[in-house]
Design a protein around this ligand. Structure first.
Ligand SMILES: *[C@@H]1O[C@H](CO)[C@@H](O)[C@H](O)[C@H]1NC(C)=O
Ligand SMILES: *[C@@H]1O[C@H](CO)[C@@H](O)[C@H](O)[C@H]1NC(C)=O
Ligand SMILES: *[C@@H]1O[C@H](CO)[C@@H](O)[C@H](O)[C@H]1NC(C)=O
Ligand SMILES: *[C@@H]1O[C@H](CO)[C@@H](O)[C@H](O)[C@H]1NC(C)=O
Ligand SMILES: *[C@@H]1O[C@H](CO)[C@@H](O)[C@H](O)[C@H]1NC(C)=O
Ligand SMILES: [Ca+2]
Length: 580
């Protein structure tokens, strides 16, 4: 039985599609979705300093009766009609070109909302799939190619100049400028398209952001740098820091000189999940307290446990195929797991960066198999570090001279080279808060790609920075008025996690943001639905950080526990300035 099918069956579209009543303009889609009309609705020349729209690039077509398929984070929608619009712009004084793409709902389906959508990995766009999310909520939605040469291109095509050094125009576009420009242009296009006037009497058009992973980073970059741009942001598992933590696994393996078959580490993770499941008070295969799991589970308990995996047909990009393998967990593999879970420290015993807890998969510690030697070899996931920090177009990352201290140096170098344009860890959000903005930040607690601890550290930095005079609980109380973080028990990276399939998942994230912004419904617990197991389909709301789930009988309490703070908010002190 597939989770996706269950999801389709379980949700009534009528429930989540509010009445499509308010519309700024009483016209049909065919009247407004013409090249001439849209051209008149484009922002006027000079609207955004340094940005020159290329009117001749405009494409416009009406799309009727479109179906938005549901995903794990939105319910989908049927019978949507919209105006599909693309055009490009260049920056004054350059001959560059950035492509923008908007879906503008049919006037009768427009609900006075604008939505900027984010990308993934080092791409800034999810294309039509990402754009279509706006149609579910009656929002105009926009996406940008970042100026990278088309919607099928990513940063790698422009990150390095011909002389091999960083192209800072492209880096800044990726970091924050492209989403900002698209949002300013998109909001103005929305206002004019639906016939808004400029004397302040029109219905307010709410503006939102939605993205996960790189998309989450993009959203936070806007909240941090442009406090009045959005009214609400759904920020999922934001990849807000360098990816040096992706190198921890291979460097640990090299340091301990043991390269486990992926199957062996998977067995250890499964043992940790089984051993830690009940620490949250409920035995459901879901580790609701991965922080307690870190204190509770020692991988030496896995030694001697059998593992047995069939062959895996991984692409070269994922490390290549793996043969069928079976064995029992070795002391060496247990040592590797324990060392990774402990965290990444430099030779002065200072913490370098974020890491994961025992119940979380370790995709970046997965080795590759060399069929010629019959041995497992390290497979460092170094693409981002290579490109943006080492300034090299290569997947190769020789580990010969690389120690934990080398990784510390990469973190520092990353702060210097790309910290300002790309890292989205600025903890002062005063302008956003004062403008009434809301942030709903969510992160799978079993995210093996971007550790959840990355989000707890940042969220806590915002608390400390903005409420320095208040105690921890008082500070969080204030912060929770407008910025909440939810750790989704057992969930993976922007998706459910097959290793803990019975966890709850927030299946209508944007609705929770919209309800908060437009109807002042502050989500003390985030609505979520159980995806599998005996309670499949039931509602199981998620506790708002720093409160943690505690089940007693069948009841969920959200409780404070200092242990969670200690484990989830360690100081990253290997760099002797505050690191958020
Ligand atoms: C909207 O259009 C309908 C039908 O075309 C018309 O009956 C109605 O009066 C219009 N409303 C406004 C406010 O113009
Ligand atoms: C859209 O679907 C409706 C029925 O749901 C139908 O009446 C209408 O003709 C369709 N329009 C187009 C353009 O296909
Ligand atoms: C939207 O417009 C682009 C550019 O013209 C086109 O490639 C794409 O197929 C269109 N999408 C739809 C759904 O019409
Ligand atoms: C400005 O608002 C007033 C009051 O609602 C309205 O009567 C007027 O038509 C508006 N002017 C423009 C130019 O839209
Ligand atoms: C390993 O798994 C395969 C396939 O699931 C099974 O046929 C085989 O008997 C297992 N081997 C051991 C030693 O458990
Ligand atoms: Ca549990």
């Amino acid at each position: 039985m597939s989770l996706r099918l269950t999801f389709l069956a379980g949700i009534s579209l009528a429930m989540v599609t509010p009445a499509l009543s308010i519309c700024a303009r009483n016209t049909s889609l065919s009247t407004v979705c013409t090249a001439e009309y849209v051209q008149n609705a484009l922002p006027a020349a000079g609207f955004l300093k340094g940005v020159n729209l290329d009117v001749s690039s405009l494409t416009v077509n009406a799309v009727y009766n479109y179906t938005v398929p549901p995903t794990f984070t939105h319910p989908g929608a049927v019978d949507r009609s919209f105006c599909n619009v693309t055009f490009s712009y260049s920056h004054a004084g350059t001959n560059d070109k950035t492509n923008l793409w908007f879906f503008l709902p049919s006037p009768d389906q427009f609900q006075n909302r604008y939505l900027s959508t984010g990308g993934a990995s080092i791409s800034m766009t999810l294309g039509e799939w990402g754009l279509s999310v706006g149609l579910v909520y009656g929002a105009v939605s926009g996406t940008t190619d970042g100026g990278f040469g088309g919607f099928d291109k990513d940063l790698s095509s422009v990150a390095l100049r011909a002389d091999g050094v960083l192209n800072y125009d492209a880096i800044a576009a990726y970091g924050y400028k492209a989403i900002h420009e698209m949002s300013v242009v998109g909001k103005e296009l929305t206002r004019k398209f639906y016939g808004g006037n400029t004397n302040g009497t029109q219905t307010k058009i709410y503006s939102y952001f939605n993205g996960c992973s790189e998309g989450g980073r993009e959203g936070l970059s806007q909240v941090q740098k442009y406090g009045t741009q959005f009214d609400g942001a759904a920020i999922g598992a934001p990849a807000i820091r360098d990816t040096v933590h992706w190198l921890q696994g291979p460097v640990v393996e090299k340091t301990l000189n043991y390269f486990p078959p992926p199957c062996e580490l998977q067995r250890i993770t499964a043992d940790a999940v089984a051993a830690c499941d009940s620490l949250d008070g409920k035995t459901d295969g879901v580790v609701g307290r991965s922080d307690l799991c870190k204190l509770h589970y020692d991988a030496t308990a896995s030694i001697g446990n059998p593992y047995n995996c069939s062959a895996v047909d991984r692409s070269p990009f994922q490390g290549g195929p793996l043969p069928a393998v079976q064995g029992t967990v070795s002391a060496e593999a247990a040592a590797v797991a324990n060392e990774i879970w402990k965290g990444l420290f430099d030779s002065k015993n200072r913490r370098i960066t974020v890491n994961n807890f025992p119940s979380v998969p370790l995709p970046n510690a997965e080795t590759a198999f060399n069929p010629f030697t019959g041995s497992y070899v390290p497979f460092p996931n170094a693409g981002v570090v290579n490109l943006l920090i080492r300034e090299l177009y290569t997947f190769d990352f020789p580990l010969d001279d690389v120690t934990y201290d080398t990784l510390r140096d990469y973190v520092l170098e990353g702060m210097h080279k790309i910290g300002y344009p790309i890292a989205a860890v600025w903890p002062d959000l005063e302008k956003y808060r004062d403008n009434g903005g809301k942030v709903l930040h969510w992160h799978g607690e079993a995210d093996g790609t971007v550790p959840a601890i990355s989000s707890t550290i940042y969220h806590d930095a915002v608390r400390k920075t903005m409420y320095p005079g208040l105690g921890l609980n008082e500070g969080y109380e204030q912060l929770n008025e407008w910025y909440r973080l939810f750790l989704v028990p057992g969930a993976g990276h922007c998706d459910p996690n097959p290793e803990q399939p019975n966890g709850p998942f927030p299946r209508d994230i944007l609705k929770s943001v919209i309800d908060w912004v437009e109807d002042d419904v502050n989500p003390e617990r985030l609505p979520a639905t159980v995806l599998g197991g005996p309670e499949e389909g039931t509602q199981q709301p998620i506790c708002s950080w720093p409160l943690r789930p505690k089940w007693t009988g069948g009841d969920l309490e959200c409780v404070f526990d200092q242990v969670a703070i200690d484990e989830f908010v360690p100081a990253l002190d290997s760099i002797p300035v505050p690191v958020y």
